[in-house]
Ligand binder design. Structure first.
Ligand code: ADE
Length: 236
């Protein structure tokens, strides 16, 4: 039986999903509130983890240890790293990589993103889950979704030079602040994951204005896709 752990960093990213849960039970741990119930008939736990990599990883571990989730879905907004991904479009993770993890001064073999001791540079999303997520995005907003790499770091990216550096280092198509930490923690627990993100800004000088303008609408679009994914999984 599937049980989804659905994580968003901010309230705006999970509010509508929490409202849709049936048979609700609420639990608190590590300052996070876990909303457990059924989403589109699929058992699910919806939680706001807070911003950044540490909050995200902590949340995954709690979902694994206390809630026995079988799949992890990260829903939220992201900055676009690619000209053909516009505000409101979707990215489904093929894999996820850190753009701010740098140990190459220690050893040039550690390229940007590589965590020493980990056997992967980019954590691969579950193929079937990612395909379902892409189908769900295409169903909700046809023609607006792409699968690709997600680059994460504890940085809000809002400068052209920073954006170009991240693209050169990671070849990712969007950037945000939790996805790879969720992927990394899920990988260590051998739990399949997928990241679904709606674009809120272009991660350049325009992000200061676009992010606050489009954050809520993009987060809501992404929640709709996550809900469609839950429905898809209940039918699967
Ligand atoms: N989330 C949404 N937009 C972002 C950006 N430009 N940088 C980091 N995280 C984001």
């Amino acid at each position: 039986m599937k049980k989804l752990g659905i994580i968003g960093a901010m309230d705006v990213e999970v509010q509508t999903l929490k409202d849709k849960l049936q048979d609700l039970q609420i639990t608190q741990k590590a300052g996070m509130v876990f909303f457990q119930g059924k989403l589109e008939n699929t058992p699910a736990v919806v939680v706001q983890c807070g911003v950044g990599k540490v909050n995200a990883a902590l949340c995954v571990q709690i979902l694994c240890d206390l809630f026995d989730v079988t799949h992890i879905v990260n829903t939220g907004v992201a900055g676009s790293l690619c000209n053909d991904l516009d505000i409101g479009d979707f990215v489904v993770s093929r894999d996820a990589m850190y753009h701010d993890f740098t140990c190459h001064i220690l050893n040039p073999a550690y390229c940007v993103g590589q965590v020493p001791g980990m056997d992967v540079l980019a954590y691969p999303a579950d193929k079937a889950l990612a395909e379902y997520a892409l189908e769900s995005a295409q169903l909700v907003y046809p023609g607006h979704a792409r699968m690709g790499r997600v680059a994460s770091g504890d940085q809000f990216v809002a400068a052209k030079e920073h954006k170009e550096q991240i693209i050169a280092d990671t070849q990712a198509i969007c950037t945000e602040m939790e996805g790879c930490a969720i992927a990394h923690a899920a990988w260590r627990n051998k739990i399949p994951f997928v990241i679904i993100r709606a674009i809120s800004d272009k991660a350049d000088g325009s992000a200061y204005v676009d992010y606050p303008t489009f954050e809520a609408a993009a987060a809501e679009r992404c929640a709709k896709v996550t809900q469609a994914l839950a429905k898809r999984l209940s039918d699967a």
